[in-house]
Design a protein around this ligand. Structure first.
Ligand SMILES: Cc1cc2nc3c(=O)[nH]c(=O)nc-3n(C[C@H](O)[C@H](O)[C@H](O)COP(=O)(O)OP(=O)(O)OC[C@H]3O[C@@H](n4cnc5c(N)ncnc54)[C@H](O)[C@@H]3O)c2cc1C
Length: 366
C-alpha cells in the first residue's frame, strides 16, 4: 500500500499506509510541494507520522502529525473508519502522536506546502570545536527564521569524497542544515552556524528537497543493523548538558551510530499541548542517542555507550522523550512521554482497542 495521490490544487496528498518518505517526496516534489517527514527517506510515513514526526521542515510547518488532515483506519474490531477533525475526532486526536496503538492506518491524507529546492547539507567541524558549535546552535535556533531546520550530529566521518581523506574515520560534530526559504537566502541563514568554528568539510548547496531527505539513507540500511536508541525532550540546552554531550559524543562507537539534537520549536510550539496526543509542545529540542551497528556480537559495547550517554543527559532533560526514538525497555516511560495527555489516550484506547490487539509499540494499555 504505497500509492501516493497528489492534489496540487488543494495542496494535499493521500498516501497508502505502507508508503515510505522516499515515495511520498518523489510524488509531491513533482508539484513543488512537500510536508514534514523525517531525515531518512527509507522510513515509513506510517510509524513516523503516528508517533509525531520530526524532520527538516518541522520548525516551519509543524510535526508530520500536525499536517495530517485525515486517516483511514482499520480498527481492532475490523471496522474501517475515517478519522479527522470532523469524524471520529477522538481517534484523530490519538493518532497524532499516540503511535500504532489504535488501529492500522491504511491511508494518510496530508496538507502540503510549497517546498521544491532547499539550501542545505552537512558541515563537519573538528570535535575540539563542538562546544562552540553547540552553543551557537542553542542561541541561533531560539529565534532563527522558521524556514531554517537542521541539527547537530555526532558522526564518524564516512569515506566521502568531500571529506579530506586523512580525516576519514575521525569523530566530528556535523551540522546538517536545511533552509526551505528562497534558496538565495540560504547562505545567510546558515551563517551563524558556519561562523561558529572553522569548517573541516562540507557538502552544502542548493538541491531538491528529496535529495537532502535521502542523503543519509546509505548509513542506515533497513534491516541491516542492530538498534538501541534512547531519547529525551529538552527545554534548555544548558552548559552542563553541552558538557555531557562533549564527554559522551566523541565516544560514538561506529559510523552508523549518531546523536541528533533536533529543534522542535517554531511551528511545533504553535499547536496547543492538548490539541494532539503529542504533548511536549514546550520542548525546544528532541534528542536521540541512536545506537546502530552491524554485528550482534557487538551488542554489549554499543548498548553500553547509549546507556552511559543517556544516564549523563537524562537528568538535564525533561522526563519524557519522543516515542519513536525509544527502545523496547522504555515502556515504563510511557506516561512521562505523554504528560497530561496520557489519561485521554487510555480512554481512546479502551474505546477502539479494548483488548490491546495493537500492543507491539510504546504501549498505551486499555
Ligand atoms: C534510520 C532511521 C531514521 C529515523 N529518522 C527519524 C526522523 O528523522 N524523524 C522521526 O520522527 N523519526 C525518525 N525515526 C524513527 C521512526 O519514526 C520510527 O522508527 C517509526 O516507527 C518508523 O515507522 P515505520 O513505519 O518506518 O516503521 P515500522 O517498523 O513499519 O512500524 C513501526 C511501528 O509503527 C506503527 N505503524 C507503522 N505503520 C503503521 C500504519 N500504517 N498503521 C498503524 N500503525 C503503523 C506500528 O506500531 C509499527 O509497529 C527514524 C528511524 C530510523 C530507523
Amino acid at each position: 500500500m504505497h500509492d501516493v495521490q497528489v492534489d496540487p490544487k488543494q495542496a494535499t496528498a493521500r498516501a497508502g499506509g505502507g508508503t515510505t518518505w522516499s515515495a511520498f517526496n518523489d510524488a509531491t516534489h513533482s508539484y513543488g510541494l512537500a510536508t514534514t517527514g523525517g531525515v531518512v527517506s527509507t522510513t515509513g510515513v506510517g510509524g513516523l507520522t503516528l508517533g509525531g514526526g520530526i524532520g527538516y521542515l518541522a520548525r516551519g510547518f509543524g510535526l508530520s502529525c500536525d499536517n495530517l488532515l485525515s486517516a483511514e483506519v482499520v480498527t481492532a474490531a475490523g471496522q474501517v473508519l475515517t478519522a479527522s477533525e470532523q469524524e471520529n475526532d477522538d481517534l484523530f486526536w490519538a493518532l497524532r502522536g499516540g503511535g500504532g496503538n489504535f488501529g492500522v492506518v491504511t491511508a494518510f491524507e496530508f496538507g502540503l506546502h510549497p517546498v521544491k529546492d532547499v539550501y542545505g547539507g552537512p558541515l563537519f567541524f573538528d570535535r575540539a570545536d563542538a562546544g562552540a558549535v553547540l552553543r551557537a546552535y542553542r542561541e541561533y535556533i531560539r529565534d532563527a527564521p522558521a524556514e531554517f531546520g537542521g541539527f547537530p550530529a555526532w558522526q564518524i566521518a564516512p569515506p566521502l569524497p568531500f571529506i579530506p581523506e586523512a580525516r576519514h574515520g575521525e569523530t566530528m560534530l556535523a551540522f546538517v542544515a536545511c533552509w526551505a526559504g528562497p534558496v538565495e537566502d540560504g547562505e545567510r541563514a546558515l551563517k551563524p552556524i558556519r561562523d561558529a568554528a572553522p569548517v573541516v568539510a562540507e557538502h552544502v548547496g542548493v538541491m531538491p528537497y528529496p535529495a537532502l531527505n535521502s542523503a543519509f539513507d546509505g548509513l542506515y540500511p533497513p534491516g541491516g543493523l542492530q538498534h538501541y536508541w534512547k531519547a529525551n525532550f529538552v527545554r534548555e540546552l544548558t552548559d552542563e548538558a553541552i558538557d555531557a554531550h562533549l564527554e559522551h559524543g566523541p565516544k560514538v562507537p561506529v559510523v552508523n551510530s549518531t546523536v541528533h539534537i533536533y529543534p522542535i520549536n517554531g511551528a511545533c510550539h504553535r499547536v496547543a499541548r492538548d490539541k494532539t496526543a503529542f504533548a511536549y509542545r514546550d520542548a525546544t529540542f528532541a534528542t536521540v542517542i541512536a545506537g546502530m551497528w552491524p554485528d550482534a556480537a557487538d551488542n554489549d559495547s554499543n548498548i553500553k555507550w547509549v546507556r552511559d550517554y543517556y544516564d549523563a543527559v537524562a537528568p538535564l532533560s525533561e522526563e519524557g522523550g519522543y516515542v519513536n526514538f525509544m527502545s523496547g525497555d522504555d515502556q515504563d516511560r510511557i506516561k512521562a512521554n505523554y504528560k497530561g495527555n496520557y489519561d485521554r489516550l487510555t480512554d481512546v484506547k479502551r474505546k477502539y482497542d479494548p483488548d490491546n490487539l495493537f500492543h507491539l509499540n510504546q504501549n498505551i494499555r486499555p
